[in-house]
Design a protein around this ligand. Structure first.
Ligand code: CIR
Length: 286
């Protein structure tokens, strides 16, 4: 005999459970619980992507396979994933994170510090307008790239870097304060591309970071987990619903996260790493 089917009528549930079910949408943590992601496939001219140092030519075939694994992982986490076509004029366009900030209230188009990436903004805006009624833009002379922005439950941390400047930070602060966000300017260590190159949000109160960034004191009052010595590239990971998605090849950090109770998925990042890209850069999450 099969298991008995028990029909639970909502009218029989206690008042507390009923209101919890009703309020479910308001109880999600909007800094790491997402239903959507936007990605863009790498273009064949990816070899022309920006990089601080030449560590070898990226292999498109391997990159496409890693990208497919990344998308499959986000889908496994429950996301509807928009997969945009490659953009040949913009070899860095797969790093969509830098082009917009997606908040629950609105999307904000960035103004990249890298001149070769500015045209990516006009390509992304119509895509975001399918999901957002309210789209703002950094319009002044300053610059901000999404890779420098870490949104936590209590504030928006923006790292000044070679790509994000004081004027851009001021303009962004003016935009987000309308929705009650507190924006705090912080500083990316010298030689590090973006603030989030060296940190990720793991949950409402926990940050994964390199020691070199944490010593700046920018995470005072948060719980901080350090990547293992030599695993600095593992700090650019993402929490997406139940998973922490991190680059493959950093077993000590992966184990530390596992022991701390996170469900870790590792994705090969050898090719994007040659262009200073990692897990966060490859998607806009909202
Ligand atoms: C660039 O230099 O703009 C790209 N090659 C890498 C961008 C990585 N994005 C990110 O960390 N958010």
């Amino acid at each position: 005999m099969g298991p008995a089917l028990v029909e639970i009528k909502t009218s029989n549930l206690s008042h507390t459970i009923q209101s919890a079910l009703k309020n479910r949408d308001f109880m999600t943590n909007q800094t790491f619980e997402f239903s959507r992601a936007i990605t863009r496939r790498p273009a064949s001219n990816i070899v022309n992507g920006l990089r601080a140092q030449d560590t070898g030519t990226p292999d498109l075939k391997q990159m496409l396979s890693d990208h497919a694994h990344y998308i499959a992982t986000l889908k496994r986490a429950g996301a509807e994933v928009v997969e945009l076509a490659p953009l040949d004029p913009y070899p860095d366009a797969l790093f969509v994170e830098d082009i917009a900030l997606c908040l629950p209230q609105a999307a904000i188009m960035m103004r990249p510090g890298a001149p070769s990436r500015r045209g990516e903004v006009a390509e992304m805006k119509p895509v975001l307008s399918k999901f957002y009624d309210d789209i703002r833009s950094i319009k002044g002379t300053g610059h901000v790239e999404g890779g420098d922005i870490l949104v936590t439950e209590r504030e928006v941390l923006v790292g000044r870097s070679g790509r994000t400047d004081a004027q851009g930070v001021i303009e962004l602060a003016g935009i987000v304060e309308e929705w009650g966000y507190r924006l705090r300017e912080v500083f990316t260590p010298p030689g590090v591309l973006h603030f989030k190159t060296d940190c990720s949000l793991l949950d409402g109160e926990t940050i994964l970071a390199t020691k070199r960034l944490d010593v700046s004191g920018c995470f005072k009052d948060y719980r901080v987990l350090h990547v293992a010595e030599g695993d600095e590239a593992a700090a650019n990971s993402i929490r997406f619903n139940q998973f922490v998605v991190m680059p493959k090849g950093f077993p000590r950090t992966a184990e530390m996260l596992d022991v701390a109770g996170y469900e870790v998925i590792e994705i090969n990042n050898s090719e994007c790493a040659k262009l200073d890209g990692g897990m966060s850069c490859l998607s806009l999450r909202f």
